[in-house]
Design a protein around this ligand. Structure first.
Ligand code: DC
Length: 218
C-alpha cells in the first residue's frame, strides 16, 4: 500500500510549519520539517567550526549526525542527544542552512533521511522541494507563499515571542536574500510544482489556510 503524502512547499516564513503541524495533527499523520534537517546540519557545522564551503566536511557531518524529532504543539529537535530546538530558529542558523542547502552533495546526503519519514498512516512534508524532488509522486501538493514584507513581520514576531533578539529591517533583507538563493540554486530550487494547489496567505489567517489544505485532502 502506498503511504499517502501531502507536500507543503514555499519560501521561508509563509506559515508552512504552523499549517503543516496543524494538518498533520488533524489527520493523525507523521510530520517532516525538512528545513529543520538542513538547519540542524548547519548548526552542527557551525559548532564544529567547519567553513560553509567545505562541502566534504559538511557531508561527513551530515552522514553521522543523529537526529530525533518529537512533534507536539511545537517541534522538538534533538541533535546527537541534545535539544537544539531553540538554536535552530535563529537567523544565523537559517542563513547557514540556506547556504549549505545549495550544494548537491549535501542534498544527496539528506535525501534518505527525509524519505524515511514516509510511514503509515501518512506524511505531511514541509519544505522547498518536497513535491518536486523528495516526494514527486505525492498524492497531495500545496505551494504556500506570502509577500516578503508579511513573511518578515511574521518571522520577527515569532523570534520576539521566543525571546530572541530581532531586527525587522535586517530580517526583511535576509528573507529576500534567502528567497533568491533558494530559488536560483542549480539543484532542487524552490519551484511551484505543476500539480500543486497555490495558496497566497498574505491576507488569510492561519485557520483559513488550514481549511483550504484540509479541503484538498478530505
Ligand atoms: O524552511 P526553513 O526556513 O527552516 O529552511 C531553512 C533553509 O533550508 C532554507 O533557506 C533552504 C533550506 N531548505 C532546503 O533547501 N530544502 C528544504 N526542503 C527545506 C529547507
Amino acid at each position: 500500500m502506498t503511504v499517502p503524502v501531502l507536500t507543503i512547499d514555499g519560501p521561508s516564513g509563509a506559515g508552512k510549519g504552523t499549517v503543516s503541524r496543524a494538518v498533520a495533527r488533524r489527520l493523525d499523520w507523521h510530520y517532516l520539517d525538512s528545513g529543520s534537517i538542513y538547519r540542524a546540519l548547519a548548526l552542527a557545522v557551525l559548532q564544529e567550526g567547519v567553513a560553509l564551503d567545505d562541502v566534504a566536511s559538511i557531508c561527513r557531518i551530515g552522514g553521522v549526525m543523529k537526529l530525533e524529532f518529537e512533534c507536539g504543539e511545537e517541534l522538538t529537535v534533538m541533535l546527537d542527544g541534545r535539544d537544539v530546538s531553540r538554536q535552530l530558529t535563529t537567523e544565523i542558523t537559517g542563513n547557514a542552512a540556506s547556504i549549505i542547502a545549495a550544494y548537491p552533495e549535501v542534498r544527496q546526503v539528506l535525501l534518505k533521511k527525509q524519505k524515511a519519514f514516509q510511514q503509515l498512516p501518512g506524511l505531511v512534508a514541509d519544505g522547498r522541494d518536497m513535491g518536486s524532488v523528495v516526494f514527486p509522486d505525492a498524492r497531495f501538493k500545496v505551494y504556500l507563499t506570502a509577500g516578503s514584507a508579511e513573511r518578515a513581520l511574521r518571522r520577527y514576531k515569532q523570534l520576539i515571542e521566543k525571546g530572541n533578539d530581532a531586527n525587522l529591517i535586517q530580517i526583511t533583507r535576509e528573507i529576500e536574500e534567502r528567497d533568491l538563493r533558494d530559488s536560483r540554486r542549480a539543484v532542487a530550487p524552490l519551484t511551484i510544482p505543476q500539480d500543486a494547489l497555490y495558496i497566497d496567505s498574505s491576507d488569510l489567517d492561519i485557520e483559513q489556510v488550514i481549511a483550504r489544505v484540509m479541503n484538498l485532502v478530505c
